[in-house]
Design a protein around this ligand. Structure first.
Ligand code: FES
Ligand code: FES
Length: 173
């Protein structure tokens, strides 16, 4: 089986990329498309640092053959922020000191985007459940949970925006 071209929508733009057999979405994003916001941790589905959205649902891109996203809509951390400034959850992570090394942060933010899309006012238990597949080795999780609660409550300095104001992944970014 040789290389083939895969086409999909990436953060609002159509991309076509020649990929090796069984290349993962993670490796193609980082090595071929320059989208290095998607991190590379365990590469075994155990840390969540590679979380992206596929058709709006979180997936671990290290486990996903890129061929599986043919014709689908992929959103990485690069597509979460508005054209100018930060998304509310990004602002909340800053204000709550919800990262140290930051390696887990893109996956956490992407995961939170879909959590708040589905549950705009999640309980603390729902947040903890949602974070179950995403590992942070630095913060102890409490500030991350507080950041997600703050974003859900619109309690950031950019409180004029809420989860619903995030750009549609099918938008121009
Ligand atoms: S790098 Fe994908 S889950 Fe760890
Ligand atoms: S901030 Fe370092 S792994 Fe989460």
């Amino acid at each position: 089986m040789g290389s083939r071209i895969v086409s999909f929508e990436l953060c609002g733009r159509e991309v076509e990329v020649l990929v090796s057999p069984m290349a993962t979405l993670q490796s193609v994003l980082r090595s071929q498309l320059g989208y290095t916001g998607t991190k590379e941790g365990c590469r075994q589905g155990g840390c969540g640092s590679c979380t992206v959205l596929v058709d709006g649902e979180p997936m671990m891109s290290c486990l996903l053959p890129v061929e599986d996203v043919e014709g689908r809509r992929v959103t990485t951390i690069e597509g979460i922020a508005p054209v100018a400034g930060l998304a509310p959850i990004q602002q909340a992570f800053i204000e709550k000191n919800a990262f140290q090394c930051g390696y887990c942060t893109p996956g956490m933010v992407v995961l939170t985007k879909t959590l708040l899309d589905h549950h705009p006012s999640p309980s603390r238990d729902e947040i903890i459940d949602a974070l179950g597949g995403n590992v942070c080795r630095c913060t102890g999780y409490a500030p991350i949970i507080e950041a997600i609660e703050a974003a859900a409550a619109g309690a950031t300095t950019d409180a004029g925006r809420d989860a619903g104001d995030w750009p549609d992944p099918s938008g121009e970014r």
